[in-house]
Design a protein around this ligand. Structure first.
Ligand SMILES: NC(=O)c1ccc[n+]([C@@H]2O[C@H](COP(=O)([O-])OP(=O)(O)OC[C@H]3O[C@@H](n4cnc5c(N)ncnc54)[C@H](OP(=O)(O)O)[C@@H]3O)[C@@H](O)[C@H]2O)c1
Length: 286
């Protein structure tokens, strides 16, 4: 039995889609925090198991009989993340899970600027200590986030962002999901860490070029200081939590925390991952 956590989220849904192309639904279980959100999954005939990372007993029950666990990281950071993830790891161990596949982040470290990164470092350590077989997918930033970061740049022709000259190895969430599922169904990855990044890094100048080609008019990237970006977002009425995440991401980008490239994802997919220009072109053709 393979269980996917975060099954009502983007990555989890995508992983289930890829899994069901290869295995029977009876072999797949989905952990859902709120069964009311799981209507789409019901029609897929996978086993629905209720569980909340905050509720150890619910996890222990949900993980019974599971051999392979895709553990998708929580939405929260800091101490809340560490507590939730400790529950998941302990419950998986106690329930007899054999192999944990965990969605981590590039270059996990306890003192990174990016808010989610220390929690990934902590979780990797917990999983290693547990003695379960593990595979870590150290994911770079989702390419899917770019439309949120570029706002209406394609209309105005000006892309203001606070990433300086820095680059990131953006990857499409669907490619990550496919790479994870292919690994889970193979004998690959035992006690290994995979860096999941694009084979080439992308700066925000590259994002501007991709937007220009897709929109058919020039879009220029204009690097701005983080404080100006924050003030601009406040002035535009962007909600405070979104500003906080965006500012933190920009600071981490400026420090080069996402400037990683890697060929592992291409190897897992047996093809090149979707590149930035193709992704943005597809967005504009919809
Ligand atoms: N690399 C990146 O650029 C990047 C960007 C954003 C996020 N992430 C990380 O990657 C993860 C997956 O991405 P995504 O796009 O699929 O995120 P998402 O769509 O927000 O999905 C998150 C999933 O986690 C579940 N979840 C959250 N808290 C939980 C809890 N206490 N107990 C059980 N389940 C819980 C959510 O359940 P509900 O549906 O009930 O909320 C949802 O199914 C995120 O959770 C985050 O850790 C990475």
């Amino acid at each position: 039995m393979i269980l996917i956590t975060g099954a009502t989220g983007n990555l989890g849904k995508s992983a289930i889609d890829f899994l069901l192309k290869e295995v029977q639904p009876e072999q797949v279980a989905a952990l859902v925090r709120d069964p009311k959100k799981a209507e789409a999954l019901q029609s897929r005939e996978v086993q629905l198991r209720q569980g909340d990372y905050e509720d150890y007993d619910s996890l222990l029950k949900a993980f019974k009989g599971v051999k392979k666990l895709l553990f998708i990281s929580t939405s929260v950071t800091g101490e809340d993340r560490n507590r939730q993830h400790s529950n998941v790891v302990k419950a998986a161990k106690e329930a007899g899970v054999q192999h944990v596949y965990y969605t981590s982040i590039v270059n996990p470290s306890p003192d990174a600027t990016f808010g989610a990164t220390p929690g990934h470092f902590f979780t990797e350590e917990q999983i290693k200590k547990s003695g379960m077989t593990y595979t870590f997918f150290r994911n770079n930033l989702y390419m899917d986030l770019i439309p949120m970061l570029t706002a209406n740049a394609a209309e105005t022709g000006e892309l203001y962002f606070a990433a300086g000259e820095q680059r990131a190895g953006f990857v499409l969430r669907e490619d990550i999901a496919e790479g994870i599922v292919r690994t889970m169904l193979s004998e690959e990855g035992k006690n290994q860490e995979f860096t999941i990044s694009s084979p080439q890094p992308y700066s925000f100048y590259d994002v501007g070029v991709a937007l220009s080609k897709a929109a058919g008019k020039p879009v220029k990237y204009i690097p701005i200081p983080t404080q100006s970006m924050e003030e601009g977002m406040k002035g535009a009425g962007v909600p405070a939590p979104v500003i906080e995440i965006t500012v933190n991401m920009a600071d981490a980008l400026q420090k080069g925390e996402f400037d990683h490239t890697d060929s592992t994802l291409a190897r897992l997919l047996d093809r090149e991952p979707v590149d930035l220009e193709t992704f943005i072109k597809q967005l504009y053709s919809m």
